[in-house]
Design a protein around this ligand. Structure first.
Ligand SMILES: Nc1nc2c(ncn2[C@@H]2O[C@H](COP(=O)(O)OP(=O)(O)OP(=O)(O)O)[C@@H](O)[C@H]2O)c(=O)[nH]1
Length: 425
């Protein structure tokens, strides 16, 4: 199955929810339908929606400050209160600028992913996807019968905002996206399909600038430090990436830097075998920084292209974690002053809005250069990726939609937008 096919099928929970919600949104307030298609009035509304003094407090202005609900605490030991808001604190450990020091990155991204479906083959449609709850109730399948339309007014906009917030897009982003959809269309009759297409366009527009594959630099070995809370999918992601780089002809060394859990080391060894790459380990409880140093020595001696270092996600407290990551960085810089060349933060999509807190926290602990979002399969919270892109603008290098070795692919904004809204790309 193509990766888009998997993404669409496995994003079922979120896309079905949005898909059905948008169908219901239009059907609920539907007064008229297209039989025949009635063109919109010549000029039904000025471009700026003449929304009367809204009872609700959210103007459609993109810049207007909005109340953002406080997400739950990240799954991290937090001795003090969380620090919401942009990260303005200086880096924990004085660290020289990362990629700018590097010789220009080669125009390479993640190696291509094995894809058994020939190009151009239609993506597999999810079995349970249909014309939507209301559509089905009213017997409106795709292409059958009249197309339901609803006037895009304050009520509909409010419902749209709620639907987007429920998909974990975050309040701020949901308001901005809804306002953009309404612009120039306020007072017009729109179909669910039109709303889905507009929504997909908005999502793709937000995601486009952050869809950047992991940059590969000419210097060898390129050191990739992988951070994230326990269980976010670090080990699995390292295994998948190592396998893909290996298939692309790169030599890879992996260091099992989570020396606190024997199970984590074993799991990485299993992935190493699957991917055909050596995994360097150290006895349980030993210093991860010295393992990282040894691994870099080995990777340099062998002329490896990449060294990927796994790290522990949870220590006694945040200060410990910060100190441990800083120590790894300090030590590997004795061998290569530019290392690590990438610091990947792995996030679990099922944590929803909590992922936003994790980004803020880890940006204080490490010089995060890019994100990988795992477990987009089977979650109703895929919209959080849009919120992350909108809020932080950090590159999203790859997304994971399963536990198999080829269930990780470079992030494609249009495919993601189509899958999330239940459209075909
Ligand atoms: N469904 C699904 N499961 C995933 C995905 N990525 C990882 N997992 C699973 O999530 C669980 C945790 O993944 P790990 O790779 O062990 O996470 P970790 O961050 O290394 O966690 P620790 O080893 O505890 O530090 C495992 O059962 C993985 O199989 C994904 O994209 N989709």
């Amino acid at each position: 199955m193509s990766f888009f096919g998997k993404l669409k099928t496995r994003l079922f929970k979120s896309s079905a929810k949005l898909d059905q919600g948008l169908d219901a949104l239009v059907s609920e307030g539907e007064g008229e339908s297209d039989a025949p298609q009635v063109p919109p009035p010549a000029d039904p509304a000025p471009d700026t929606p003449p929304r009367e003094a809204p009872e609700r407090e959210t103007p459609p202005s993109p810049d207007a400050p909005v109340k953002v609900p406080q997400p739950a605490e990240p799954d991290l030991p937090t001795p003090g209160a969380p620090q919401p808001g942009p990260d303005t604190s200086p880096p924990v450990d004085p660290q020289p600028e990362r990629p700018s020091e590097m010789p220009g990155p080669a125009p390479m991204g993640l190696p291509p992913i094995g894809d058994s479906v020939p190009e151009g083959a239609p993506p597999e449609a999810p079995e349970s996807r249909g014309p939507g709850l209301f559509g089905r109730l009213m017997g409106r399948g795709a292409g059958e019968g009249p197309v339901a339309r609803r006037v895009l007014d304050d009520d509909m906009l409010e419902e749209l905002e709620e639907l987007l917030i429920a998909s974990d897009m975050g309040v701020e982003t949901a308001l901005r996206v809804s306002a953009n959809i309404a612009e120039g269309r306020y007072g017009r009759r729109v179909s669910a399909r039109e709303i889905k297409e507009l929504l997909a366009q908005e999502i793709a527009r937000i995601m486009e600038p952050v869809a950047r594959p992991l940059p590969l630099y000419p210097s060898k070995p390129q050191v990739v430090l992988v951070v994230g809370v326990n269980g976010s999918g670090k080990t699995t992601t390292i295994g998948k990436l190592a396998s893909q780089f290996r298939e692309a002809g790169k030599s890879v060394v992996v260091a099992a830097g989570d020396t606190f859990r024997a199970a984590a080391v074993e799991q990485l060894q299993v992935w190493g075998e699957r991917a055909g790459v050596p995994v360097m380990t150290a006895p349980e409880g030993s210093d991860p920084a010295s393992l990282a140093f040894e691994a870099l020595t080995k990777a340099q001696a062998e002329g490896a292209d990449l060294l990927m270092i796994d790290t522990a996600g949870r220590l006694q407290n945040r200060a410990d974690l910060m100190e441990e990551l800083a120590k790894i960085v300090r030590v590997i810089r004795k061998k290569d002053p530019d290392a690590p060349h990438n610091t990947l933060l792995v996030l679990d999509a099922t944590t929803g809005q909590n992922a936003l807190n994790q980004v803020e926290t880890f940006r204080k602990l490490a010089d995060v250069s890019g994100l990988v979002m795992t477990k987009l399969d089977g979650t109703a919270k895929g919209g959080v990726l849009v919120a992350l892109a909108d809020r932080f603008g950090l590159p999203i290098h790859a997304i994971g939609v399963g536990e198999q070795i080829d269930d990780l692919a470079p992030f494609d904004p249009e495919e993601f937008a189509a899958a999330l809204t239940g459209l075909d790309p």
